[in-house]
Design a protein around this ligand. Sequence first.
Ligand code: GAL
Length: 675
Amino acid sequence: MEDERYMMRITDRLTGLAFGGDYNPEQWPPEVWDEDIALMIEAAVTMVTVGVFSWAMLEPSPGYVDFGWLDDILDRLHRAGIAVDLATATASPPPWLVRTHPEILPITRDGLRLYPGSRQTWCPSSPVYREAAVTLAARMAKRYGNHPGLAMWHVGNEYGCHNAHCHCPVSTVAFRRWLAKRYGSIGALNDAWGTTFWSQRYRDFEEIHTPRLSPTFVNPTQQLDYARFSSDELLECFRAERDVLREITPEIPITTNFMVMQFSRNLDYWRWAPEVDMVSNDHYLDAADPEAHVELSFSADLTRGLAEGNPWLLMEHSTGAVNWQPRNTPKMPGQMARNSIAHIARGSEGAMFFQWRASRAGTEKFHSAMLPHAGTDSRIWREVVELGKLVANLAPIARTTVEADVAMVFDWNAWWATELDSHPSTDVRYLDRAHAWYRALWQHNITCDMVKPGESLEGYRLVIVPTLYLASEAAASEVGRFVKSGGTAVITYFSGIVDESDHVHPGAYPGAFRHLLGIRTEEFVPLRADQTIDLDIGGKADVWAEYVHLEGAEAVARFVGTPLDGWPAVTSHRFGDGTAWYVATRTDSSTTMALAHRILTASGIDTAEYGSDVEVVTRSGSGGRFRFIINHGAEDTAIGVAGHDLVTDRAVRPADTVAAGGVAVVHEAPDDGDD
Ligand code: GAL
């Protein structure tokens, strides 16, 4: 990632933070554009994303390009002082491309061809799609590379949202090519896939298929490699467009909007992030989750991890309801602002939305927007205008970075591998423990960085390793090194079990972490769907238990009741100068919270200041420290710090309050910093 490029260019066009959203003027007659721009000015919009789904409008027939309308809108936006994040428009090919090349349509694992009529109807390995997309991107770059309003390129859109997996003949050949590159020889592949099992031994790559529908479970390493391949194929599509943009417009930063959120696991973003000039992300709440704001924080922290701690950009979120969940409930008053400010607190250089004006037609007509169907006489519009002012006031935090003492190891390979079939229990889900432990930290007002397995953990005091089922030797050693030199690690069940090829680490469970944890698991005991198990420290657990032998560790909690009565449920082990904890069961939320409290205290991390509904994050830089206090609760809360509140533009003392549902961003007075 070339952070410098981003900073250099974006700050030319934007002072402060970005505020705006996807703008689809092609859905409206030009008369509406004047009103759009006037209202954007009213809402203090600084940047819009244009052209994401406009391929069919820009290239109405093969080779014929109509840039007229886009020229016009870009000029209007520029005159109004609004920067443009310009899409290469390649997310969804026009019907004519599919008509002339039906082979670009993806095929599902059970052999069904997916037809046009929605979006992203293309196979990630299709050379026809790639060539057409790169040609359009090059045309866009030549046409708009020198446009003074162009702030950055937005390549494609949410790669892999709908078309991550294709099993067509072209994909099959591409998969074989990818495997040949990964393994070098068919023998190496046979070893890695363990093909002596079930008579799966291959003589050459031509015999291999993508993991199609088969009579029963497909080889797990084949499935895992296919997930890796699918992510890489889309990355190649991104790279192809990016390279041509870089060649023609080397000074314009390039992004593509990631989908780091609970609904999305198709791409290995650790591999994607170094390829963009600036990480940007889309995030949507699960309307059914009463604590969706905690998942928001998790995703924002993970996005910051991908950006290696550098500023990133929230490219899309919603002002209210979406249209694609079973029940699309609106946001409550104030919730949109809290969501936007939470992303900014966690490193986003602004808050962008899908979309500017609610569509009249199409699938997303009931999706909320900055300008809803109800028009300007609406709560959403009033809140958008207010938020625009607030984001403008936050200009001093631009380019500051987020402070964190705690890290979590997160991995897409582990996610894919954990959720493969033929495992001890289908109830073990990768995000479950990650979210549970993150939530316990969040409720203690602790900010958490997200780290790729194997990356240095130096500088943190506590590291959480949730469900790292797939753990390389390198990843396990780094956790070991961290603990040895005085850190505290918490490792949850079904971690350290297999290597990168999904082969069980030799010896007893939890293989890669066994010595660090000072334990030996003899056997897993997945629980029935409705079964719970008591713990001697109080509280209950479900889903999972194990027969754990202590080999140097001590039992902090034990199971109560048959068949595990008296067996260790939570252990802790002094290792070098630090401590490694193991949680061998799925503790309920209050037990997880209590354990987190105990571990945080033992690690010397201060937790007490704010209530559990209050989100507190600090960004700092050469201009000082900025404490974000986001009150998700129903009670007012003390602001807890002296300084200048950028939200209200007034001096504050620690005893002043942040109203229920409100936010404060305090530029801390130098003497009151809590360093
Ligand atoms: C995103 C997408 C947008 C829009 C939005 C609706 O997945 O990038 O184009 O569809 O969701 O929530």
